[in-house]
Design a protein around this ligand. Structure first.
Ligand SMILES: [Zn+2]
Length: 290
């Protein structure tokens, strides 16, 4: 540009920068009852977009957590699908991950697996929704951390209207964890439910004494929740970040032989076929509008 415009340019840039420094207004959802936070909020500045995204786990040179995980790291395994839990209880009554055995991402599934994904999704939703105190099961797929298909199933506690909708995964990290015993019972029930259709349940009902690290049993649930975790993870990140380090001996895993059918789990009703499942879940009211 000609030198004569320098002055103008400076003036313009100042004006522009004033505009840019004005933080974007906080979106309306921060006013929703379901939004977990209050107080002064401001929007983070966005980083510059990277020209090339880094490989996810299971991509490029990075090892795949799912492919390396033994069946014992799961609560239920079948021929082509596996279901895993978190490594410990969290705030929601149940958080589970459905994975394909094959190293494929969602868009790569051949028709057989794609169809089965639908069946498994419905089946798992029903199993989780059958748990006491569960109103709804949110199903999510993010996939930013791992290239291996993994679908999230998050149970919303009945009556907790404030947890409806988008922010459920955040609330999972905010609420005090449910009790270890309840968590294990829930896992066993879901595993047994799935096993009604085949595969192997690997989660067992809670025993009087769980041989987990004493810290687990000793800590009151609420207490544990308030302590800053050594590794603060949201549900979203948990899928991508937790299993890698802890799946090797996740407390949710048990010997296959012990896969007993818990008393309650024997009541998967007449949830026989996927078709029926689809119908019977319809009557419930629509998703939270949050
Ligand atoms: Zn994989």
């Amino acid at each position: 540009m000609p030198g004569g415009q320098v002055g103008t340019g400076v003036a313009n840039s100042v004006r522009v920068s004033v505009v840019q420094d004005t933080p974007p207004s906080v979106p309306d959802f921060t006013q929703w009852p379901s939004f977990p936070f209050e107080g002064d909020l401001h929007v983070k500045p966005l980083d510059e977009p990277v020209p090339v995204e880094p490989p996810r786990r299971g991509e490029g040179h990075r090892e795949c957590t799912a492919c390396n995980a033994p069946d014992e790291a799961y609560i239920w395994v079948g021929e082509r699908w596996r279901v895993r839990a978190m490594d410990r209880p969290t705030g929601l009554p149940m958080v589970l991950i459905l994975e394909s055995r094959s190293h494929l991402d969602l868009g790569d599934l051949p028709n057989l697996l794609a169809a089965e994904l639908g069946v498994m999704t419905v089946r798992l939703e029903r199993a989780i929704r059958s748990l006491d105190g569960v109103a709804r099961v949110h199903v999510n797929r993010w996939g930013d951390g791992s290239a291996h298909l993994h679908m999230w199933f998050l149970a919303r506690p009945y009556g907790r209207l404030q947890l409806r909708g988008t922010f459920l995964s955040l609330w999972d990290s905010i609420l005090p964890p449910i009790s270890e015993a309840q968590w294990r019972e829930n896992l066993a029930m879901v595993a047994a439910w799935l096993a009604e259709f085949g595969g192997r349940p690997l989660a067992e009902p809670p025993r009087i004494q769980w041989q987990a690290p004493s810290s687990f049993n000793a800590q009151a649930a609420g207490e544990a929740a308030r302590e800053p975790e050594e590794e603060p993870v949201s549900v979203i990140e948990a899928a991508d970040e937790i299993p890698e380090t802890e799946e090797a001996e996740g407390p949710s895993t048990v010997k296959p032989e012990k896969a007993a059918t818990p008393e309650k789990a024997a009541t998967p009703e007449k949830a026989a076929t996927p078709e029926e499942a689809g119908e019977s879940q319809a009557p419930r009211q629509g998703a939270g509008s949050a």
